[in-house]
Design a protein around this ligand. Structure first.
Ligand SMILES: Cc1cc2nc3c(=O)[nH]c(=O)nc-3n(C[C@H](O)[C@H](O)[C@H](O)COP(=O)(O)OP(=O)(O)OC[C@H]3O[C@@H](n4cnc5c(N)ncnc54)[C@H](O)[C@@H]3O)c2cc1C
Length: 359
């Protein structure tokens, strides 16, 4: 360890999703290298590593849902699939030497502040196997996962940053008779300190099944989009009930309903706002065809447009700026009870396909 490193504070970052990667990039950009990223999974990517369900994509155009400092001229669609987004973040980490800072298969457990040393003593569980491909996952629920046993180690850091994400712990409906295969898949924060407690919102173990009669228990497969088995699931001739119509529900329902033998029931609490992908002001940049695979028009970006973006960083920035302006304008629909504007938009783009799917 160099002299300068000794004087630097040490930083522990928990989680190697987008937030952990961005923080790592920023630290390196200012010449700070004394940090470690602890990740319970086996790679970087977070959301985009674990969400492999059919139809998984970003719901914000990728030219905007990517870093202004690391533009990608090669997005193949306006809302590319999960594999492409994951590849983008993994390339970022690789190209910028972040993998050298990552310690995978290591789960953060808890931290205690020590005033006298001005540092956190953090406890980590090393050697955990997390994710649908974990060796012990098959026994739980056809691909559902839980962190397996590991070895506890303690380390000291001056600064601790939680990047564990808002969606990295599956929520299942709390219902009598419905088993929760993910009950062990939760933040393992023993006695979390005040800051980290905020991130453990999904930790509660759901539903006491002990009083439920064996015959009343649901015996079918329980899946969560963020723990979808990476080898896929055969839903041919199955009846599937999907709870929720947020980003994942909206994406997964049309995809699994493509098989005419699969009967899909979508249970939704309230209607969802679905805006068109965005106004096509730059149609000449796109390939001629577009497809509506999931309640919205997802537009392929032509090879020619990608070529132009690769050749001209300025063009790429202008395009990104136009996407940004459009998204910002969409915000006008929501505040100040802006009903008249919403009515116009509804008339222009109704009916949305999700409501048809859900009937
Ligand atoms: C299907 C889907 C689509 C989305 N689309 C969009 C979009 O289009 N636009 C948008 O802005 N947002 C979108 N989001 C939100 C998305 O989650 C965020 O944009 C972003 O990916 C969050 O990154 P993060 O690093 O904060 O969290 P995450 O990506 O969740 O990463 C958290 C990381 O922390 C790790 N971790 C958790 N606990 C521990 C622990 N105890 N020890 C060690 N590691 C731990 C996890 O394994 C994970 O790798 C989407 C989310 C989902 C699920």
């Amino acid at each position: 360890m160099s002299k300068s490193t000794q004087r630097e504070p040490s930083v522990a970052i928990i989680g190697a999703g987008c937030s952990g990667i961005i923080l790592g990039l920023k630290l390196k950009a200012i010449g700070f290298h004394n940090f470690v990223i602890y990740e319970r999974d086996s790679d970087v990517g977070g959301t985009w590593l674990t969400n492999t369900y059919p139809g998984c994509r970003c719901d914000v155009p990728a030219h905007w849902y990517s870093l202004s400092t690391h533009l990608n001229p090669n997005w193949t669609e306006t809302h590319p699939p999960q594999t492409e987004i994951l590849a983008y973040w993994q390339k970022l980490a690789r190209d910028n030497g972040l993998y050298e800072h990552c310690q995978f298969r290591t789960s953060f457990v808890n931290a205690k502040w020590n005033d006298s040393t001005s540092s956190y003593r953090i406890r980590l569980k090393e050697g955990t196997h997390f994710g649908p491909d974990a060796p012990d996952s098959q026994s739980i629920n056809n691909g559902a996962s839980a962190p397996s046993q590991g070895q506890i180690v303690e380390k000291e850091y001056n600064i601790l940053v939680s990047c564990i994400g808002g969606f990295s712990f599956p929520l299942t409906p709390k219902m009598r008779g419905l088993p929760n295969p993910y009950k062990d898949d939760k933040p393992i924060l023993e006695k979390p300190d005040e800051i980290l407690a905020r991130f453990s919102h999904a930790a509660a173990t759901r539903g006491d099944l002990s009083e439920v009669q064996e015959e009343d228990k649901f015996k079918g497969l329980v899946l969560h989009p963020s723990r979808w088995p990476r080898q896929g699931v055969d839903l041919h001739e199955k009846k599937v009930i999907v709870f929720g119509n947020g980003c994942s529900g909206v994406q997964v329902v049309p995809e699994i309903a493509k098989d005419p033998t699969t009967k899909v029931y979508a249970v939704v609490r309230s209607a969802q706002w679905l805006l068109p992908a965005y106004v096509d002001f730059s149609v000449h940049l796109y390939a001629s065809s577009s497809h509506t695979s999931q309640c919205r028009e997802i537009k392929p970006i032509s090879k020619f447009a990608r070529y132009l973006f690769r050749k001209s960083n300025l063009l790429l920035r202008i395009y990104r700026f136009l996407v940004y302006i459009q998204l910002e304008c969409a915000w006008l629909l929501f505040p100040y009870s802006n009903k008249w504007l919403r009515d116009i938009v509804e008339k222009l783009w109704a009916p949305n396909e999700l409501s048809e799917t859900c009937e």
